[in-house]
Ligand binder design. Structure first.
Ligand SMILES: C=C(O[C@@H]1C=C(C(=O)O)C=C[C@H]1O)C(=O)O
Length: 186
């Protein structure tokens, strides 16, 4: 079953975040999407019972053109990881990370063995980590229905995609808050 290449279908490159762009992002999502720290850590701090990563797929594949452009790569295979971040048994975030083959060298190869371990736990423990550009977008939530118990129809979901540099090698992480999960109200 192919990846839902949602980044290709709906995510168009965004201009650098202007103040006007930021003002258009509704709270509580604005503060979460602009937070440069670990989303895993912040979600764990909201947990009353359990945080877990549900791995949907973690396989080799072809990133979308949009993802390759965001990564500054050209026609390259990548290890593509799609997960749901589950907070107290509720799917809170859909995340898709693109790990280009050329970035999976040295210690970065540990990214291939993450399993249910949150990507952020690895990333934010790397001294070399640098966070690059963040783009924010509002996406149709229905494209995630395949992975969810309850369907979305007209709802939209706010998400971001970030560039990370590990030992100078680029990966991208796209995180989308699912509408039923409001991080400030849980
Ligand atoms: C990048 C982070 O890792 C989180 C965990 C992910 C995973 O396990 O695949 C994906 C996206 C992130 O929300 C983070 O915690 O900020």
């Amino acid at each position: 079953m192919p990846f839902i290449d949602f980044a290709h279908q709906t995510w168009q490159p965004k201009p650098v975040l202007t103040d006007e762009c930021m003002r258009n992002i509704p709270e509580p999502y604005r503060s979460w999407l602009l937070d440069s720290g670990s989303l895993t850590q912040r979600l764990k701090s909201m947990c009353t019972r359990q945080f877990r990563v549900k791995v949907l797929r973690h396989e080799w594949g072809i990133p979308s053109r949009s993802e390759l452009e965001f990564l500054g790569c050209h026609h390259e295979m990548a290890s593509i990881r799609e997960v749901l971040l589950i907070v107290d048994d509720r799917p809170a975030v859909f995340a898709r990370s693109v790990l280009p083959a050329s970035s999976l060298t040295g210690v970065n190869r540990e990214l291939l063995e993450l399993g249910e371990r949150p990507l952020g736990e690895f990333l934010f423990n790397q001294p070399s980590l640098k966070r690059g550009q963040i783009e924010i977008d509002e996406l149709p939530a229905c494209q995630f229905n395949l992975h969810l118990d309850r369907p979305y129809y007209e709802e939209s979901a706010w998400g971001r995609r970030s560039q990370f540099y590990l030992n100078g090698k680029a990966i991208s992480v796209c995180e989308v808050f699912l509408p039923e999960y409001n991080p400030e109200l849980m």
